[in-house]
Every structure is written in structure tokens, then in C-alpha cells.
Design a protein around this ligand. Structure first.
Ligand code: SAT
Ligand code: MN
Length: 589
């Protein structure tokens, strides 16, 4: 008698018709074998899946070049297939589940002919955590196997958890023929099921990440009274040695990874890393909100990463790794066999190829590394890893930050008046787009709680769920909004960012412990300019004023855009959100 898992795998094999099936055990030996297969046997567009990098300078590191059309998330090809369109809401692409399945069944039919089907059992969350989920992904490419082993707890534990039950999250993935015309990422939340074809890129293909841990999980959270969020988790240690845990939501490629392992620019303060992308938030036995990171790796943006901007990430990448480290779509120095990217510590070499393997030099008009090139690396390698990282219950959260990338309008930091006001603050967030998704970069769009591409159901219901969670949590976390990216009239960043962001976090800690006041404005509480510690950085009081300024004209435009966005939800939008909107509107007049 076969188990439900074996039966499901058998059915997928009948559909996709692979040459062979390999069940992954997550072992180190297997990881070496997978990399070897990627180097010697599998190819993309005629090129090997992996290139071995200089193992002395970059231990256990490999370069992957993706298909040139497959370098970022494809939001227009991503669907959330609830039985009815209303449940998906106005911010998601929707297709009727049976229609989606019929369409994709044709694409999956025979798509693994001549290839190996890999079966990946994995846990999202620590296996001992009451919040963890057992999952299985099927894929047909070594890159995804190697990446999933870095990002998730893969292996026998998951099979044991599933046992004879039907209770596991299913993901079927194939790179297909990489044709963007035949690329789809389809979610079936009612069945805890994801089907993805035509892409090998992170968020499209590592189904434990955005597909399950955010889109499917956010809907599970809605039904089960918890939250799945696009958030960093960190501990901030103060000079007395107290550690305060916070989470921070920011859109893709807006500095979450840098924040997660920041080297503090303030004496006596230190950041402990728990996660850089996803937080699952549950109410603990004491009624407080607790966060776990369901992942165990970083899939971070490479360009701009250096010993200056993120020294701990450079240490993480160069460290001696039990898990391999993958670089995707960086440039390559052919003389030294090292990866290279714009913004790295050293200038480029004399003998370079770009992310596609084409000759490149400093006079080239195109970037050497793709703007969305990525590293995939184990969190256990980071020198700032929190000792609570593997705590199955997670850490208690004292503050939640919503971060945006905005050239103007949004002050460096604002604190919400209340949980309800904070939910509105998150809901009204707009941010300028980045290279993390296939889209025009730098365009302002609404991105509530940095979840626009990741919320697996109607965001009006999502806001209601957030409001309700606030009434269930004892001592709900304080809510803040930050913008590290405000610029002056000459287009220069006003705030130094990176390690100096600790100065803003310090203000938050002082607010949480009622050590400091603030100024009430129509949009929330902002610091008095002198309340942000600026000793040791060269920032004038005039700049500080500009960073914290609320420009009425800019806000007139902003509030129009907020209203247009909220209107798209019709009568489903919770009245509390409209009340907060109306308050803001009145105060800005
Ligand atoms: O590609 S991912 O979705 O994993 C990264 C991101 O865009 O946040
Ligand atoms: Mn992300």
C-alpha cells in the first residue's frame, strides 16, 4: 500500500513522464552529487547549470547563469486560483481552478521526458515548532534542488512528519522549455497546492518561499488566526544588553537583507539576525505576538553588497560553508574565477564576462552583473545569527516596521498612534518598483505591508484580519513606517542608510520604553530632529528637518493615490480603514 505522498508523486510522474525519479534526503553527499550533475549533466540553453568558482577564495561557491529571459519574478504570470474571483481580490491575477489546471496539465504533460524528477521533502519552520509545515516539491532541475536545500530544512524529518497523512503542502515545478509564453505560477490555496512551469527563478521556482510561505500561508493564517508576512526578523541589543525583537516589512530589493544583518553604526548597539524575508507571526501562550522565520537561508540581491554596505554578508558568503553558496547571474572574473558585481569591494578585473557569459569591460554600456543577480546562502553561516534562531516558538515581537522606497513625501520615520492606525499606515504604503520583478523600475505603486505581490487572498479581507489580530494580541507591537530613501532637490540621498539606520531603531526602542517623546503630525508621531542620535555622522540639522518634513503639497497628491487604491476594494474594505483615511484627509486640509 502506498502512502498519500507516494501516490501523489506517482501521479505527477505519470503526467510529466521523467526518465527517473530521485527522492532527496538532504544529505551533504547528495548536495555534492546535485552540484556535480548541474556541472556535468544538466544544461540551460546549452550551458551548464553550475560553474565551480575559485574554491580557495569562495569556499563551496558556484555560479549559475539562468535563462536570459528568466531573471526575476513574473507577477503578470502569477495567479491565485480561488474558486471565486472575489476571494482573490483586485490585486491578484485570478483564474478559475479547473480552467487553470486544464491549461497547465497540457504544459506539464510529458515535460520531464528524458529528465530526472527530483522529489524534495522539506519543512518550513523548525521540525519541533508547532507552527512548522511539512511540504513536498517536485522539480526537474539541479539548481532548484540545491537552492531548496540551502533555503529550507530538507530531508527525512519532513517525510516522518507527513507519514501516512494527506497533510502536506504540494508543489509541482518544471522549468519546461523556459519559454515566457508558457510560464505560469499557479496557486490553489484551498488545496495547499502550487503548480509552476517555465521558470527556474527564485520566487517563481523555489516553491517553499513566496508561493507557499507567503501566498498560500497568508490564506492559511487568515483562516487560522496568524499572519504570514514579507518581513525581516531581528533582535536589537542595547548597551545594557537587553534584546528587543522586531520585524520589518519592505518590498523586494529595498534593503531587508542589509537590515537583517546590519553592523551597527552606534557604539553599544548590536543586531542579531533571525530572518531577512519571511516571518510567520503567531500569538503565543502569554498572548504576545511571536515570530519565526520558516526559512534557513538568504536569497538576497547581490549588486551593492560590499564590506561597507553589509560586512556580515561578505563574511557569510566567504565563510567556510557546510551548505554550498550559489551566485545567480553575477559577472565572472576569468583570471581569478571569482564572482564580481557592481558595488563590490574591488574594481572589476581585466578579463571579465557579464552575467550572460559575454565579454564585458568597464566601458560596456550594460551592467556586468544583472541588477537582480542573487546569492543563495545558509543563514547558519552568518556571524550575527541569533541564538534564538532555532527556537521552535520564535521570539516575542515589540515593534513592526513598514518600510518603503520613496524619493519624497514619506519621512524617515513615523510611529502609528495605535494598532488600528498602524494597519492603515501599512495599507496605504506606496513604494518605487525595483528589479526584483519583471517590470519598469522606479515607478510608484501601492504595496500594502510590502505584500502586494504575495498576499494570497483579497487584501480587503487581509486588512480586516490585521485589525482583528490587534484585538487578540496582548500588548500589540508598536507600528512604525520608515523610508531610508528620501532625496534632496539634487537627487542625493538625505540619509546615510545601512549601519546608520540603527539610529532610527534606537529612537524606536526609546519610544517603546517610553524614554522619549515625539511630535504629533497628521500622519503619525515623528521624532523631534534632535531626538535622532547624529553624533559621529555628518548630517546637518537642515537635512534632519528635510528628512522628517511633512510636505502638504506632496501629501495632497499622496492622499489622492491612497483613495484611488482603497476604492478598488469597494464595499469589502473594512470601515476602520476608511475612518483612518478620513481622519488623515481632514487633518491635511
Ligand atoms: O524572488 S524572490 O521572490 O524570492 C525575492 C523577492 O523578490 O523578494
Ligand atoms: Mn522578498
Amino acid at each position: 500500500m502506498s502512502t498519500p505522498l507516494e501516490k501523489w508523486v506517482q501521479e505527477q510522474a505519470e503526467l510529466t513522464q521523467p526518465k527517473s525519479i530521485h527522492w532527496c534526503d538532504g544529505s551533504e553527499e547528495e548536495a555534492r552529487w546535485i552540484i556535480k550533475r548541474g556541472i556535468e549533466e544538466e544544461n540551460i540553453n546549452g550551458n551548464p547549470v553550475f560553474y565551480r568558482l575559485n574554491q580557495d577564495l569562495w569556499p563551496n561557491a558556484y555560479l549559475h547563469r539562468s535563462h536570459p529571459t528568466d531573471v526575476s519574478r513574473t507577477e503578470h504570470l502569477t495567479y491565485v486560483c480561488h474558486p471565486d474571483k472575489e476571494t482573490a481580490g483586485p490585486t491578484n491575477n485570478w483564474m478559475e481552478p479547473e480552467k487553470a489546471k486544464n491549461m497547465l496539465r497540457q504544459l506539464f504533460n510529458g515535460c520531464m521526458k528524458g529528465r530526472t524528477m527530483y522529489v524534495l521533502p522539506y519543512m518550513m519552520g523548525h521540525p519541533d515548532s508547532p507552527f512548522a509545515k511539512a511540504c513536498v516539491q517536485i522539480t526537474d532541475i539541479s539548481y532548484v534542488v540545491a537552492s531548496m536545500r540551502i533555503m529550507t530544512r530538507m530531508g527525512k524529518k519532513a517525510i516522518e512528519k507527513i507519514g501516512n497523512s494527506n497533510n502536506f503542502v504540494r508543489g509541482l515545478h518544471s522549468v519546461g522549455d523556459f519559454n515566457p509564453e508558457r510560464r505560469f505560477i499557479m496557486h490553489f490555496p484551498d488545496e495547499n497546492l502550487v503548480w509552476s512551469i517555465g521558470s527556474g527563478y527564485g520566487g517563481n521556482a523555489l516553491l517553499g518561499k513566496k508561493c507557499f510561505s507567503l501566498r498560500i500561508a497568508s490564506y492559511l493564517g487568515y483562516k487560522q488566526a496568524w499572519l504570514a508576512e514579507h518581513m525581516v526578523i531581528i533582535g536589537i541589543q542595547d548597551p545594557q544588553g537587553n534584546i528587543t525583537y522586531i520585524t520589518a516589512a519592505m518590498p523586494s530589493a529595498c534593503g531587508k537583507t542589509n537590515l537583517a544583518m546590519m553592523e551597527s553604526g552606534l557604539e553599544g548597539y548590536k543586531i542579531w539576525t533571525l530572518g531577512d524575508d519571511i516571518a510567520w507571526l503567531n500569538i503565543g501562550p502569554d498572548g504576545r505576538l511571536y515570530a519565526i522565520n520558516p526559512e534557513i537561508g538568504f536569497f538576497g540581491v547581490v549588486p551593492g553588497t560590499s564590506s561597507k554596505t553589509n560586512p556580515n554578508m561578505i563574511k557569510t558568503l566567504k565563510g567556510r560553508n557546510f551548505y554550498p553558496t550559489l551566485f545567480t547571474n553575477t559577472a565572472l572574473n576569468l583570471d581569478t574565477n571569482e564572482p564580481w558585481w557592481e558595488g563590490y569591494d574591488t574594481p572589476c578585473g581585466n578579463n571579465m564576462v557579464d552575467w550572460q557569459g559575454k565579454p564585458w569591460d568597464i566601458s560596456s554600456k550594460t551592467p556586468a552583473a544583472h541588477p537582480n543577480s542573487r546569492f543563495t546562502v545558509s543563514i547558519y553561516n552568518t556571524p550575527t545569527l541569533s541564538k534564538e534562531f532555532d527556537n521552535p516558538y520564535g521570539v516575542p515581537i515589540s515593534a513592526i516596521i513598514f518600510g518603503v522606497r520613496r524619493t519624497n513625501c514619506i519621512p524617515l520615520v513615523t510611529e502609528a498612534f495605535s494598532w488600528k492606525h498602524g494597519v492603515f499606515m501599512g495599507a496605504r504604503c506606496g513604494s518605487e518598483t525595483t528589479a526584483a520583478a519583471e517590470q519598469k523600475v522606479g515607478v510608484l505603486r501601492r504595496d500594502p505591508m510590502a505584500m502586494l505581490p504575495f498576499c494570497g487572498y483579497n487584501m480587503a479581507d487581509y486588512f480586516r484580519h490585521w485589525l482583528l489580530m490587534g484585538t487578540r494580541i496582548k500588548n500589540p507591537p508598536r507600528i512604525f513606517c520608515v523610508n531610508w530613501f528620501r532625496k534632496d532637490e539634487n537627487g542625493q540621498f538625505l540619509w546615510p542608510g545601512f549601519g546608520e539606520n540603527i539610529r532610527v531603531l534606537k529612537w524606536m526602542l526609546d519610544r517603546i520604553s517610553n524614554r522619549i517623546g515625539g511630535k504629533e503630525t497628521p500622519i503619525g508621531i515623528v521624532p523631534m530632529p534632535q531626538d535622532i542620535e547624529t553624533s559621529g555622522i555628518n548630517i546637518s540639522s537642515e537635512k534632519m528637518e528635510k528628512l522628517l518634513n511633512i510636505n502638504k503639497q506632496e501629501w495632497q497628491q499622496e492622499i489622492k493615490e491612497i483613495k484611488n487604491f482603497l476604492d478598488t476594494f469597494g464595499t469589502r474594505l473594512p470601515p476602520e480603514i476608511w475612518q483612518e483615511y478620513q481622519k488623515l484627509y481632514n487633518q491635511l486640509q
